[in-house]
Design a binder for this molecule. Structure first.
Ligand SMILES: [Zn+2]
Length: 138
């Protein structure tokens, strides 16, 4: 089996609605996102012979998915009331159907990248240099 790994980062804010502790406040992270894809075969002909996929192509897919959130405020839909949302109208807000934890973001990116036809092995997200969440299928 061959594995390719690319890494990128994301600067964004989030908060955890209902959580009790520091993370109930809006705060930022520089998330590090590490995506690994796998394949038992290599491309057999053409300019990408003997590659799983061109790194350039893989990086472009990961960057596109991650950049959607760059410098945004990532929230769970409904976790800020309408007045609060209106008062933040100049902010880039990305609403998700789930709590924006590192775990759920890893799960989200796993499936987003898989939707590009890649066989994703795992997605790892560092929320801080010491805290990492990984999603992979068992
Ligand atoms: Zn956080």
């Amino acid at each position: 089996m061959y594995y390719l790994t690319v890494e990128t980062s994301l600067d964004a804010a989030h908060f955890l609605s209902g959580y009790q502790g520091k993370c109930q406040n809006i705060h930022g992270h520089q998330w590090k996102i590490i995506v690994t894809i796998k394949s038992s075969d290599l491309i057999k002909e053409g300019p990408c012979t003997d590659m799983v996929v061109d790194f350039k192509e893989l990086k472009a897919i990961v960057k596109k998915e991650v950049d959607y959130f760059d410098h945004s405020l990532i929230i769970k839909k409904g976790s800020l009331d309408q007045r609060a949302l209106e008062s933040l109208s100049n902010f880039l807000i990305r609403e998700l159907d789930f709590q924006p934890t590192a775990e759920r973001l890893a799960y989200y990116f796993y499936h987003q990248i898989k939707s590009h036809g890649l066989d994703v092995d795992q997605v790892a997200i560092y929320e801080t240099p010491a805290n990492q969440a990984i999603y992979k299928e068992a």
